[in-house]
Design a protein around this ligand. Sequence first.
Ligand SMILES: [Zn+2]
Length: 286
Amino acid sequence: MHPPGTYYKASGRFDPKRLAIFTLVGVLFAVFIGWLYYILCRINPITHLNFIVLGLAMFACICAFSIIIYESQSRHIKLNTVILVLLCYLTWSSQWAFFNLRWHYGYSFWGGLLNPLTTLKIINARGDEIDMGRFPFGGGFQYLLYIAELAGFMLSVKWITASKDYFCEDCRQFYTHQHSHLLETEMENFYLLKEMEGEDHQYRFLPQLVFVKKLAPVYVERKPVMKVTLYYCAKCHENNIVSVSSCMQELDSNNRLQTTLIKEEPITVGMYVAKATADALHRKFI
Ligand SMILES: [Zn+2]
């Protein structure tokens, strides 16, 4: 039982067998995305303007590896980061391994995939080829692009690790969540009550506030909105977590009933609340 007012901390636990299996599936995904990237790069006629293709590949990495990490159920943040770096690296190196096969550079596929030195040799061979005058700008420029490309893939790691997934150690499953909003006038009450309750407020006052589940579009000016998210284990409903952030609601300029929230600034991230508070919020948020 986690005392209300304290914060969620990943336990660092993981099931080695489960993690190993999902890492291997991740490697297959990495090679597959690398292959798709290689195919798209070949089709794309403007070799040095591959940024759109790179963006697509990064998006594929983020989607695929987020699922891998989620399904592996590993709560070991550092280990997850290492695995993600490895998977994103393999996505990048596998496209070079495929290029190596296509251009008959003579290195082995596995070497190109797994051995960074071989990958560098493939890149070098490719660089020499471009220098032979097929493109107007050779020299060191393309190496810079290859590094930018690797950096792009590594950037996906940051995106994936930024996701907030809470895990119930008792039931061995991830939390589900619900959220609702406080409008401008109610935000004043939020700050007032928070002030009155003092340091150890544990968000006991939240159920007193009036929440708006579905926002109405705004047309004249952006409006401040507060977002309150309740995270709970759907199985045991113990150890409930609350996160609060302030946002701005963007104008619905296209008249599509859009209520997009921007400029999200966290106020509280992952605080355990008392069961009574969570139950009351749960009823309000439905
Ligand atoms: Zn549970």
